[in-house]
Design a protein around this ligand. Structure first.
Ligand SMILES: C[S@@+](CC[C@H](N)C(=O)[O-])C[C@H]1O[C@@H](n2cnc3c(N)ncnc32)[C@H](O)[C@@H]1O
Length: 290
């Protein structure tokens, strides 16, 4: 098996029952939009809904014919954009077979979920809007040289460009890394993330993304929404702590300890501003673009 696929399955083919316990009923594995002062845990599901609805608006995806979600997880965006926002068809891409089972079981006839990498996907007709929500971090290997990485981001943006109609909206939520001095503890934790939990994943620098998208997309907005993701990680850690025994029964101590460790690393590296979580709103350039 391709090592990239193997690395993703290592993390994402832990049982759906475990992820339901960890993520709660929304089954979103990314940041949410909390209002200042809201109790994080009590309003987690609402915060996730707010994020999804804001993204639909920013991508101008309500009521359109075709939407693409690249790295679509358990299909919450696919379901919401069709059921609540009237998009006629939503296609999701994932490498996880257990996520596909979950999405198929939603029974939404407007949703089409494929176990397919972003670079393999071909479409007969262009999409009207696209999302990529905390998935890009998996798409480019840290083992590549800086030059090769930039080229790979370019390939990603070229692919999304080729799948969208001119003028279509594309909303990307991704962690990015700052150039900050690393202390020993952080270095150890980053090694754990890159060598064990998310083998080869690379958290991009903003300049790698902007170099990749130049000439293909107009940048509408770039916002740092660091706290959207760190808060979500803190809530998931609470959910896990509360039902730890059940989680261990499902997946064993080793898996639960791994999740606790990596979620805490993400939470503190975002809180301490080593990482960002950028919302990047783009419009596909090209003839006919509005
Ligand atoms: C952190 S999850 C985010 C899921 C979802 N967007 C959400 O916000 O809940 C990352 C997703 O990216 C998918 N993924 C990773 N590598 C991929 C690839 N090369 N092609 C397509 N999807 C991929 C995983 O299968 C997973 O569904």
């Amino acid at each position: 098996m391709n090592p990239e696929v193997e690395a993703i399955r290592h993390h994402y083919e832990v049982s759906n029952a475990f992820y339901r316990l960890l993520l709660g009923p929304m089954m979103m594995y990314s940041g949410g939009y909390w209002d200042e002062g809201e109790p994080l845990r009590e309003t987690h599901d609402l915060a996730q809904e707010r994020k999804l609805d804001a993204f639909v608006e920013l991508a101008r995806a309500a009521g359109v014919d075709r939407v693409l979600d690249i790295g679509s997880g358990w299909g919450t965006m696919l379901d919401r954009v069709t059921r609540v926002h009237g998009a006629r068809q939503a296609v999701g891409l994932t490498l996880s077979r257990t996520q596909k089972e979950w999405v198929d079981a939603l029974g939404n006839p407007s949703v089409d979920i494929r176990v397919e990498s972003w670079e393999e996907h071909r479409a007969e007709q262009p999409y009207d809007a696209a999302f990529c929500i905390n998935a890009l971090e998996h798409f480019v290997s840290a083992s590549l040289s800086p030059k090769e990485r930039t080229r790979r981001y370019q390939t990603f943006f070229e692919q999304v460009h080729s799948l969208l109609r001119p003028g279509a909206g594309f909303v990307l939520h991704t962690m990015t890394a700052e150039r900050l001095p690393l202390n020993r503890e952080l270095l150890k934790d980053l090694k754990f993330l890159q060598r064990e939990e998310f083998k080869d994943c690379h958290i991009p620098h903003l300049y790698e993304l902007t170099a990749g998208l130049e000439g293909l997309f107009d940048v509408v907005e770039i916002r740092n929404e660091r706290e959207s993701f760190s808060r979500a990680c803190r809530v998931w850690l609470e959910y896990l702590a509360e039902r730890r025994d059940e989680a261990v029964e499902m997946e064993g101590e080793e898996v639960v300890a791994r999740f606790e460790r990596y979620l805490d690393i993400f939470a503190y590296t975002l809180e301490d501003a080593y990482f960002n979580n950028f919302r990047v709103v783009l419009t596909r350039r090209g003839q006919g673009a509005s």
